[in-house]
Design a protein around this ligand. Structure first.
Ligand SMILES: [Zn+2]
Length: 120
């Protein structure tokens, strides 16, 4: 499929299926759209093509916000259980409880000179 051939009209018949959907494919469309490094929109176009292919093939699995949140909470609970079982440090467990993404603290201190401390 040529990238220039898809447009809003292609998605119109499936609108009810993907609006407010949080399946991995729809999430990728949203992430790609907000990717500031996707200068030419290639990631977004690829994501849209993948979504359109699923919609046309009838393989798109709609995920509601409630289902998405429930799945994320279950994932977090499983991650916390695994960390506790593995005897992870309290700071790491606390970070997962807060929902923060792990960052490379050395980069934060030295790379951008933000200078905030922490356990590294
Ligand atoms: Zn979806």
């Amino acid at each position: 499929m040529s990238p220039a051939t898809i447009g809003p009209a292609d998605f119109a018949p499936f609108r009810a299926e993907f609006v407010d959907c949080h399946c991995p494919t729809c999430n990728e469309v949203a992430y790609a759209l907000s990717d500031v490094l996707d200068f030419r929109g290639r990631r977004h176009l690829a994501a849209c093509e993948a979504l359109l292919a699923e919609l046309r093939a009838g393989t798109h699995g709609r995920v509601t916000v409630d289902e998405y949140v429930t799945a994320l909470r279950a994932e977090k609970a499983a991650k916390l259980a695994a960390l506790r079982e593995a005897g992870a440090p309290a700071s790491e467990i606390a970070a997962v409880e807060r929902g923060y993404v792990r960052v490379d603290m050395a980069f934060m201190r030295e790379g951008i000179g933000a200078g905030f401390g922490g356990t590294g």
